[in-house]
Design a protein around this ligand. Structure first.
Ligand SMILES: Cc1cc2nc3c(=O)[nH]c(=O)nc-3n(C[C@H](O)[C@H](O)[C@H](O)COP(=O)(O)OP(=O)(O)OC[C@H]3O[C@@H](n4cnc5c(N)ncnc54)[C@H](O)[C@@H]3O)c2cc1C
Length: 432
């Protein structure tokens, strides 16, 4: 399918969307003279986000849910750098190189493109609620998941040495804000970790643990439908979680969360999962942005009025077929959009018209406890241990590299015999 000398495709962001653009292009344009394929990211690994909560819960080792981008394909050139600015008229990207945190010398690089793809993902949205950003942890990357795990373990350690029973309870009160997939799964993982591990602490009683899930909606997991959302709630409650529906967080401080209405929950850990917004750099790029702050695209993922510019995934607003809504920020959508963008770029290279994105998710799965899940697949609903097993099967199969799949499977097998890992993980440790 390759046509000689078709120029340079530069893909910004090596997450679900960007990696799929690169892989599909490598397949469609297998020869070096077909086109140059450059993939840019600020980090040199791909994170399999659906398994971040497995890291929180101590069920999977962090390095087992990331894969090296450099191993993606010999057809893809990877550049590690942070996208600082984009001259859209000239399709020129400016990258900041190096990293102060690791002491790597800084530098800049510019790259010109014939086709430029925005796949820069999203960041946490705190909606400007007082104190939340300063006094919460979020869950977007590997370091976030490790920080939540470490904080939970540090709180158990601190509580074990705390003689005052009220202080011990405060230390072991955890609030998760947001009842979507990541909130429910983070709560399930934290609740399991705290309760199961408490048995290893002589001075910690399971009754000292309070886990609260605050969600503004009427049902959990609105994405999956009320009946499975209600089942998720029931399962969480059976395992000791206090589910607070129609509950908005109004603020947070170092040792409390305040709910709308004035109630204060004394807590030592707030995890914020209640919103995402496009990556900050999108805000400084001179392109039209939509209602959620993402780059507005046509149904083909092309940016209108800018031939050769494309956007997809969490940083884009791709219209659904009825043009009323835009596709949700999910990995399922980003991966399919990624493959479509690659095919559309090749179509344009061949002088053909790009085709629109049209996708209806096959299903959705969520974990709600140590051995319990909910699932909706091809219109059928499943719950309990069967849905949990389906979750594990589906996500294990979706982990991009075989080596990592085997390591995750081994982690799960060992957990079965040895229990959850309560050692603090390497890296930044959040103090209690
Ligand atoms: C805990 C959790 C669980 C989830 N579970 C599911 C699930 O079960 N199913 C599902 O469908 N979705 C799930 N999601 C959502 C899913 O992860 C996202 O929708 C998906 O990652 C979006 O893909 P993307 O390519 O748009 O962005 P990302 O995958 O986030 O990739 C964006 C990339 O851009 C890079 N980047 C950002 N800014 C810059 C910059 N300035 N310079 C250089 N690089 C930059 C980032 O490092 C990142 O690698 C989950 C998300 C989380 C946080």
């Amino acid at each position: 399918m390759g046509v000689p000398g078709r120029g340079k495709v530069v893909i910004l962001g090596a997450g679900f969307g960007g990696v799929h653009v690169a892989q599909e292009l490598a397949r469609l344009l297998p020869e070096p003279y077909d086109a140059e394929i450059i993939l840019v990211d600020r980090k040199n690994y791909f994170v399999f986000t659906p398994m971040l909560t497995e890291v929180v819960g101590g069920e999977v080792a962090p390095q087992h849910i990331v894969s090296s981008i450099r191993k993606l394909s010999p057809r893809v050139t990877f550049v590690e750098g942070r996208v600082d600015g984009v001259d859209v008229a000239n399709k020129r990207v400016t990258l900041a190189l190096g990293d102060e945190a690791t002491g790597t010398p800084s530098g800049t690089q510019t790259i010109d493109a014939d086709h430029l793809v925005f796949a820069l993902g999203s960041t946490t949205n705190y909606h400007g609620i007082a104190g939340v950003e300063a006094h919460s942890l979020n869950i977007k990357d590997l370091s976030d998941a490790a920080a939540i795990h470490n904080k939970a373990v540090a709180l158990l350690e601190r509580a074990d040495a705390e003689p005052d029973p009220d202080k011990r309870k405060q230390l072991l009160t955890v609030v998760v804000a947001g009842g979507g997939f990541s909130g429910v799964e983070t709560m399930a993982a934290l609740n399991g970790l705290l309760r199961e591990s408490s048995k290893r602490y002589r001075h910690v009683n399971e009754s000292d643990i309070r886990t609260v899930l605050a969600h503004p909606g009427e049902h959990l997991l609105t994405e999956i439908g009320p009946s499975l959302g209600d089942y998720a709630q029931q399962k969480l409650e059976e395992s000791g979680v206090e589910v607070r529906l129609k509950t908005d967080v109004a603020g947070a401080g170092p040792d409390y969360v305040e709910l709308k209405g004035g109630e204060r929950i004394p807590t030592s850990l707030l995890v914020w999962t209640a919103g995402v917004k496009p990556s900050p750099v999108i805000g400084v790029i001179d392109l039209q942005r939509g209602k959620h702050g993402g780059i507005v695209t046509e149904r083909t993922c092309a940016v209108a009025g800018h031939p050769g510019l494309w956007a997809l995934g969490d940083c884009a607003e791709v219209p659904e077929p009825d043009q009323q809504k835009t596709y949700a920020p999910t990995a399922q959508n980003a991966t399919r959009e990624g493959s479509l963008v690659a095919r559309n770029i090749v179509r344009v290279m061949h002088g053909e018209q790009p085709v629109p994105f049209n996708y209806h998710p096959i299903g959705q799965l969520a974990l709600v406890g140590r051995h319990s899940g909910v699932a909706k697949l091809s219109g059928m609903t499943f719950s309990g241990v069967l849905a949990w097993a389906m979750w594990r099967g589906v996500y294990l199969a979706k982990e991009p590299r075989l080596g990592k799949r085997l390591r995750v499977a081994l982690d799960w097998t060992l957990d079965f015999f040895t229990g959850l890992d309560i050692a603090a993980l390497p890296g930044k440790r959040s103090g209690a």
